[in-house]
Design a protein around this ligand. Sequence first.
Ligand code: PGA
Length: 251
Amino acid sequence: MRRPVIAGNWKMHKEFSEVVSYATRFAKAISDVRDSDIIICPPFIYLRTLVEAFKDTPVSVGAQMMYWEDKGAYTGEISGPMLKSTGVEYVIIGHSERRQYFGETDDTVNLRIKAALRNHIIPILCVGETLEQRENSETFDVIDRQLLQGLDSLEAASAESIIVAYEPVWAIGTGKTATPEIAQEVHERIRHVLSSMFGSHTAEEIRILYGGSVKPDNVDELMRQKDIDGALVGGASLDPESFERIVRYKE
Ligand code: PGA
């Protein structure tokens, strides 16, 4: 049985005072949840505040990206050892917004994934096709390439701990969710590719999340799909009540 993961990606939202009041309310609201891994990924400057606020609660903290070198003259970058020493346990790698606006490629995704694993931080690798690619029937080609290159030359033993998030670009922040059937079809494909890369045992262990306009009113049906092991939630994670409802999805 794969343990479900519900992760919130705050992107570039919230000011400091909102972060503190969110943490207080959310920690109280979900203190009894034991059956899922709950993760919040705020902007870098709030990581330490949230690590402290969520100490002794079921919530873990993740970063939204990281650099692949451990240290050096790379002005503005944040490294794996820095995140680890701050108490960060997860990191999102290759989000489509990083690929679209900041030049992230499958090769740099691969370097970051390896750096995260080297630093004992669990990477959440995002993959997904654009609307144009879906309309040209290229979805599986895109997903296959992003997985094969993004996870190139990883050992099965370390691949087991990673999390993959299927985030169709056309469903992110648009209010258009992939139907549970479309999502399941791609999740099944992802597990098939992972199996060809790392063997079926490892592929069965890897958690695959769906992301793209997940909301309180569609999470239940998505979570009922066989290969959907959780959700990566953007907009609906910004409000503690709606994120609590998503964490308390009903299968
Ligand atoms: P959304 O974002 O839930 O606002 O669509 C998801 C994501 O980009 O991780």
